[in-house]
Write a protein that binds this ligand. Structure first.
Ligand SMILES: N[C@@H](CCC(=O)N[C@@H](CS)C(=O)NCC(=O)O)C(=O)O
Length: 223
């Protein structure tokens, strides 16, 4: 039975999963959930797939799993992928960055997306205090990442791992939610290298950009 992944092509969280699945050669069936129509917030979606109303969600037979990082660990475990890291130490460092980036990093990029994109689409004013708080948190974290990435091509060891996708998440909406990443040269160079050396990451970037930019154009929103 094919593994189903539910999500919206404009979602940076879905992108982390679709990119990893492609690299690992795992066949998935994409099930579209239109987030702009609130399709993840319906009673049917919440009761069957994710009570939080968030995507992506994996369905593999009778197993349902949400959170992109958990989904990627599940998929990578199926094929014992080197994206998990290749030594015990690497595997733990990969987990370290994955946990860190959920709690201390991407959450603030999501906040900037909600303020700068979501609220603009809804015709609501941005909360400048919230924007300043999220930017401050991202700058503090980006400074640490920038130091970590000096002279490195990947977050852990010498090769691509799931940690790279989790930390790269905020780049998915960089032109729209404008997270303060451009002031950190090693961080930018690491992400440029990902785009150049991982064609699947570049491919899903194009997919995200097309979906969001065409939605914004369809509702007449210029950010
Ligand atoms: N921590 C979650 C974040 C999931 C998330 O925020 N998903 C967004 C799309 S990127 C979503 O489904 N939003 C729907 C909504 O808020 O209604 C993950 O990494 O999977």
């Amino acid at each position: 039975m094919t593994i189903k992944i539910f999500g919206d092509a404009g979602s940076g969280s879905l992108r982390r999963v679709t990119t990893a699945a492609k690299i690992m050669g795992i066949e998935i069936e994409r099930v579209n959930v239109d987030l702009f129509k609130g399709e993840s917030q319906t009673e049917a979606f919440r009761s069957r797939l994710n009570p939080h109303g968030l995507t992506p969600v994996l369905e593999d037979g009778d197993f349902i799993l949400y959170e992109a990082a958990a989904i990627n660990l599940y998929l990578a475990g199926k094929v014992n992928s080197p994206l998990l890291g290749t030594t015990e130490k690497e595997r733990l460092e990969v987990l370290q960055w994955m946990f860190w980036s959920g709690e201390q990093w991407r959450i603030f990029a999501t906040t900037l997306f909600d303020e700068r994109v979501g609220k603009t689409v809804m015709g609501l004013p941005q909360d400048e205090a919230v924007v300043a708080f999220a930017e401050g948190k991202m700058r503090a974290a980006a400074k640490v990442l920038d130091k970590h990435l000096e002279g490195r091509k990947f977050m852990v060891g010498q090769a691509l791992t799931l940690a790279d996708f989790d930390v790269a998440g905020p780049f998915s909406q960089i032109d729209r939610s404008r997270p303060p990443l451009r002031d950190y040269p090693n961080l930018m160079a690491w992400h440029d290298n990902l785009l150049q050396s991982v064609p699947e990451w570049a491919q899903t970037k194009a997919e995200v950009d097309h979906r969001i930019d065409s939605f914004l154009a369809s509702v007449g929103v210029t950010l």
